[in-house]
Design a binder for this molecule. Structure first.
Ligand SMILES: C[S@@+](CC[C@H](N)C(=O)[O-])C[C@H]1O[C@@H](n2cnc3c(N)ncnc32)[C@H](O)[C@@H]1O
Length: 365
């Protein structure tokens, strides 16, 4: 049963969908009103904002401002930057709601720049990873992937991306922290929109450091949980369990999803796992899960579900990252999820949308 926890309140989906539709309308209207060549140029320019956010994370600017250093000279001194150049970066970011210029050349944090600070609700490491060495090395190869349909990880690193991370502990540490950033935020959303009552033992397959399972367990005091991932990833699990106060009900198990998945769970959850694999491999993983669960078990897939229309969606861009970085991985449509679930012997029971880009696809036997 669910405990009365102080889960943050999110809007009902109908309010969120209404607002999203309105935003889409205004966005399209704006770009229809300006000349099309200006519109595409403006859109292409946005990579500068992405990179500027990455630099702000790298230089810890949001944390520096919060520690009381507000003038550009003070911030520059703290992060060892050239004040004039740093001002240009901050001005560009403030023009997009990330930091706010108060007095001439003094800055404060905004809700968005607060999300670049360390701590709860942070996106710092995810952004550093997204705009970091590994991803930026792959990005120029997008054309190559489009032409060949192949990932560029093998070409650049000689192995797939996960082997590459395993062989580079510093990159692996950043990647794991990045995944925990997303789990930290999205686990709040999942517990708000999905009712896990009735699941006695939940196994998070490819669960990283164990953030999501720990957060779910805090709301469900009768539930047991397992985080299952590669040994170099789950090794920090017990620290996370401790932090959430669920040590007595949680277990970290190391292994491979291609071999033996822990058995005995009546619920198996996978967040952002299937999108790193091609359909054949997903079916293999799902079959592996099915053989580990009882007849009343269910599998919960937390991923983006791509709509088959022209709606702007986070998943449609995320999908390009899967294209360059993984061996056949992709974001999937409802139909594509249904196909892989059916092939593995599951039935797609329902989809629960959330205010985040991720939905929960529920498969039952
Ligand atoms: C995209 S991350 C998602 C992590 C986590 N579920 C989350 O959303 O924060 C993919 C995860 O799959 C794990 N993984 C990849 N190959 C695996 C394998 N063969 N066996 C177990 N885990 C694997 C990685 O270590 C990584 O933690």
């Amino acid at each position: 049963m669910k405990s009365k926890n102080d889960t943050p309140k999110f809007p009902p989906m109908w309010v969120f969908n209404l607002l999203s539709g309105f935003r889409r309308f205004l966005y399209n209207l704006y770009f229809r009103l300006i000349p099309p060549n200006v519109a595409v140029f403006e859109k292409a320019q946005r990579f500068w904002i992405a990179k500027a956010i990455g630099v702000a994370c790298e230089l810890n600017i949001a944390d520096i401002i919060d520690s009381g250093h507000k003038s550009i000279d003070e911030i520059a001194e703290k992060c060892d930057a050239d004040p004039d150049s740093l001002y240009r970066l901050m001005r560009a970011l403030a023009s997009d709601g990330i930091f706010k210029e108060t007095d001439k050349k003094a800055f404060i944090n905004t809700p968005q720049s607060n999300a670049l600070k360390e701590g709860k609700g942070s996106m710092k490491y995810m952004i550093e990873h997204q705009l970091g060495e590994t991803n930026l090395a792959m990005l120029p190869e997008l054309t190559n992937s489009i032409k060949t349909g192949e990932s560029v990880a093998h070409k650049l690193f000689g192995t797939d991306i996960f082997e590459h991370l395993k062989n580079h502990p510093d990159k692996n540490e950043l990647y794991n922290k990045a995944m925990s950033n997303t789990s930290d935020i999205f686990s709040e959303v999942f517990v708000a929109y999905y009712d896990f009552s009735g699941i006695k033992k939940l196994i998070d397959v490819g669960g990283g450091e164990g953030y999501l399972i720990s957060r779910i367990l805090t709301d469900y005091p009768d539930m047991q949980g397992v985080v299952f991932d590669q040994s170099h990833v789950v090794k920090t699990g017990s620290k996370i369990f401790e932090k959430f106060g669920v040590r007595d009900r949680a277990e970290a198990v190391a292994g491979s999803i291609f071999e033996e998945i822990p058995s005995g769970g009546d619920g198996y959850i996978m967040k952002n796992i299937l999108h790193i694999f091609d359909d054949k491999t997903c079916i293999r993983i799902l079959k592996n899960i099915k053989s580990s669960m009882p007849a009343n078990g269910m599998v919960l897939i937390a991923e983006t579900v791509i709509s088959e229309d022209n709606k702007p969606e986070f998943g449609k861009l995320f999908d390009l990252q899967m294209l360059i970085g993984t061996e056949g991985g992709k974001e999937r449509t409802l139909k594509e999820f249904e196909n892989i679930l059916n092939e593995a012997g599951f039935k797609l029971n329902r989809i629960i949308d959330t205010v985040s880009p991720f939905s929960i696809v529920e498969g039952i036997i």
